[in-house]
Structures are given as C-alpha cells and as structure tokens.
Ligand binder design. Structure first.
Ligand code: NAD
Length: 463
C-alpha cells in the first residue's frame, strides 16, 4: 500500500478517500483473480500444519497477536480515522474494543462434549476446523470486524483470507502485516480489492467458509454464490433496530444513552437504534431532551480535537441517506432537529431527528446508515411491538423503562436476535451476537461464535 504519495507496490491500485476532505490520500493493491488463487493456495498449504497444532499453542499465538495489536495502536488509530472518518479518540476506542473482544474470544474453550460414556461405548462430539476461511468485512468498524473474524478462525484451527471493504483497507492491511510477525506463513492473509474480489472469494472452490459482514442485499448475493461448493456461512447483515420507550422513563436521565444508541459512529452501526417508538405520555419530554442533548454534540474532521462525530464514510452512503431524508420531508415528515455541518468538501451530513414519519417511508422501512433518527409516538405496548416488529430485519431491539423487569417482558416479544433493556446495543465477548430474519445467519462471539468456524465430528467407539 502507499500513503500520502509513497510509491505503491502493485501496478493496479485502488484509491483510499479521506471522507473528512473527500479526497484520496492513499492507494492499495487491487488484487487480481490470480493473486487470490495464489493466496488461497498458500492458506491451504498452511492449513495442513496449523490445523494439527494443539489448541493451546494456537491460543498462545492468537494472544501474542492481540498484544502486537495493542503495541501498534498509535499507528493503527490514525489509519482508521483517515480512512473511516471517526474521531481519533473513537478510533482508539475501536482498537480497545477489538482487543477486549479478542481477548475474551481467545479464552473460549472448544473441548469435546461426551455424549455417552459406558463400559460398552464412548461417544464424543468433537469440533474440527473447516479449512480456508474467506472473510469479507464492511467499512464501519474495520479493525473490530477484522479481529472478530481472524481470532475465532485461526483459534479453531483454520487459516484465513480476509478482504476488507475497498473503502477502508488500510488498517486491516496493517493487521495483516502485524500477523506476519506472529503466525506461520499462510495462516493469516489480508488482500485488498474491489467488490469483484469478494465475488471471486465466495465462488472459490478452495475456500470452505465465508464469514461475511455487510449489507442485506450483498449478503443474499454471497449466499447464492457460495452454494457452489456448499460453503459454510456466517452472515452478519444490516439492521433496522427499534427502541421502545415506555411511559415510566426519566427523559432527562436517558437522553444521552438514547442519543448515542443511534448516533455513535455517525449512525453507521449495524445495531444502532434506528427507529424510536415513544409512549405518548412522555413523547414530548423525550423529544425535548434529545434535541437538547443533540445540540451539545460537536461534528468535525476526525483528526481535530474535541470532535464527537465525524463524516459519513463514503459518497454513495452520503447521497443515499440525503435522498431518504429529502423524500421523507417531501412526504410530510417534520424535522425536529437538524444540526449544522462543517464547511468544506467533507462528507458531513447533519444530525437529523425526524417526526411525523409513516411506516412506508424509506427512512423507516429501510436501514438508514447515517445520522438520522425517526421518532413515533404509541399508545399501548401491543401497538409499539407491532410497529417495532414490522421490519424485514431482526438484528437488535431495546425497551427503556424505570422498571427493568417490566421492560424485559416487553423485550422478549421483540422479533430480533438481541433484545436489550435500557441499553442499545449490548455486546460482550462471551455473548453471541447475530440477527434473525433479513439480518443474517449464524452468530459471532462466545462459544457459539467459535463453533461457527468448525464442523462437527462424532467419534463413536465400541469397546
Ligand atoms: P456491503 O455489503 O456493500 O459491503 C460489504 C463487503 O462486501 C465489502 O468488503 C464489499 O467489498 C464486499 N462485497 C460487495 N459485493 C460483494 C459480492 N457480490 N460478493 C462478495 N462480497 C462483496 O456493505 P457496506 O456498505 O460495506 O457495510 C454496511 C452494511 O454492513 C450495513 O448494512 C451494516 O448494517 C452492515 N453491518 C453489519 C454488521 C453486523 O455485525 N450485523 C456489522 C457491521 C456492518
């Protein structure tokens, strides 16, 4: 890769755009099909010995890799900020989170389960690695998403070929470089390229599993293309999460949490609270407090001091989110709040809170991956749940109340993989995370997440 004018090492390259100024600042190799073939072949060769290593030895090297990432945080953080847009302090936060989750993942056990143990027979359910894993990631959390795939894949005994989003390849390529110091050759491979490279990976006969994080429409294409050799799949796709705010909340106390549930990372979070349903008795107070809070938030370039929210990551999203808001307003939605934006060519969209929206508007129906929140009042819990569950997606959802037990009862009726009370989202390295309906297939994190990188083998011994 080349940054700020240093020579690139490949003839065919892709530009990397800094969204704070909407201008290229680096370029990376655009991997060809032949280079993918060579990488997969190297990963297949490495699999022979890596899969034979003990689990403890693999864990030792995974932990060494995680510490290598910790030591490199000063170099990684500005790469994330410049390619992704998030403020430097949040880029640091992403690395810290990636390390926290990775350490937790690396502590998970994968011991065989004894199903029968009698004088006549012993039956064990064992977990075996799959082979070469193809990992494909999105641009909103490049380092976090990459670590969520590298760590379980290689811990379980697989080798991995990882392709970051063409919009944010730099920090992930850096992770690939760090991995070379730790793992045997061919175990961890990072390649950069466009969307076509993703398609070649999903079709590739040498890849046994695709671990994919991205949008719903791409997820469906991945699934169809991976059918060729019946690849295993984990699909972590988009979401259109609802948050239900019950009548007994304290609007002042929860305003900050509600705000960041939506606007973290400039609203570019798969499991952000994208549609808010608020009981009519507290509707005005919640709206007022959200507006007050929003007015305290600073938007700007990620390398500036004191910035809370950066730009939208890429031009396509910028145009899409803008169009969705314009359409909604033309259709009768009211703008409850709209922030200013920094001047200049950067891809800054205002923090926008919309009311008077209808379920058929795209801003409600589709995933809005940007700084836009819709708020709708409701009169009873059944109505709130009906509205919340009226979505093709089912990643997460939350219920907010001063009575956590009451909220938990309502949350358990959400049609989503995550059901959270007084928080949104809520994740942990030992807690499986994944969506239902159009939000995906399978989970990441925890033992269930690690098992997704294995196949079962039943060892059945007759004495
Ligand atoms: P995207 O689907 O456009 O791209 C994701 C990745 O897929 C990129 O690396 C891209 O190059 C690759 N790709 C594109 N076309 C492909 C194809 N035909 N075959 C194989 N790979 C292909 O998504 P995006 O815009 O990068 O990311 C935003 C989306 O990701 C949002 O919908 C967001 O909700 C979702 N997301 C989900 C999670 C989760 O854990 N559920 C986490 C982060 C982001």
């Amino acid at each position: 890769m080349s940054i700020d004018g240093e020579p690139a090492t490949s003839t065919s390259t892709l530009p990397v755009i800094d969204p704070a100024v909407a201008a290229p600042f680096a370029c990376v190799p655009d991997c060809t099909r032949e280079q993918l073939d060579a990488t997969v072949a190297a990963a297949q060769r490495a699999f022979v010995t890596w899969s034979d290593e003990s689990f403890e030895e693999r864990r030792r090297l995974v932990n060494a890799f995680i510490e290598r990432v910790v030591a490199d945080a000063d170099a990684l953080a500005p790469l994330i900020t410049r390619e992704q847009g998030k403020p430097l302090v949040k880029a640091r936060g992403e690395i810290n989170a990636a390390v926290f989750f990775a350490r937790g993942y690396a502590a998970v056990e994968l011991a065989p389960e004894v199903l029968r143990d009698t004088p006549q027979q012993r039956v064990e359910l064992r977990r075996r690695p799959l082979g070469v894993v193809g990992a494909i990631t999105a641009w909103n959390y490049p380092v976090l998403l990459a670590m969520w795939k590298i760590v379980p894949a290689v811990l379980a005994g697989n080798t991995i070929v990882l392709k970051p989003s063409p919009h944010t390849p730099l920090a992930t390529l850096r992770l690939g470089e760090l991995a070379q110091d730790i793992f045997p050759r061919g175990v961890v491979n990072v390649i950069s390229g466009g969307n076509a490279l993703g398609t070649w990976m999903t079709e590739h006969p040498g890849i046994r599993k695709i671990a994919f994080t991205g949008s719903g429409p791409t997820g469906k294409r991945v699934m169809a293309s991976a059918a060729g050799n019946l690849k295993r799949l984990t699909l972590e796709l988009g979401g259109n999460d609802a948050g239900i705010v019950l009548d007994d909340v304290d609007p002042v106390r929860i305003a900050g949490d509600l705000f960041w549930a939506k606007f973290s990372n400039c609203g570019q979070v798969c499991a952000a609270l994208k549609r808010m349903y608020v009981h009519r008795s507290v509707y005005k107070a919640v709206c007022d407090e959200l507006v007050k809070f929003a007015a305290t938030v600073k938007m700007g370039g990620g390398m500036e001091e004191g910035v809370d929210i950066g730009p939208i990551q890429n031009r396509m999203q910028y145009d899409l989110v803008r169009a969705m808001v314009d359409e909604a307003v033309a259709g009768g939605a009211k703008v409850l709040y709209r922030s200013g934006v920094p001047s200049g060519p950067g891809l800054f969209l205002p923090i926008t809170i919309l009311t008077d929206v209808t379920p058929s508007m795209r801003v409600v129906k589709e995933e809005v991956f940007g700084p836009v929140l819709t708020i709708t009042p409701f009169d009873d819990e059944d109505e709130a749940l009906r509205l919340a569950n009226d979505s093709e997606y089912g990643l997460g959802g939350s219920v907010w109340s001063s009575d956590a037990q009451r909220a938990a009862k309502v949350a358990s009726r959400l049609d989503s993989g995550g059901a959270w009370v007084n928080q949104h989202p809520a994740m942990g390295p030992d807690i499986p995370f994944g969506g239902v309906k159009g939000s995906g297939i399978g989970v990441e994190l925890g033992r269930l997440g690690l098992e997704e990188y294995t196949s079962i083998q039943v060892l059945n011994v007759k004495f």
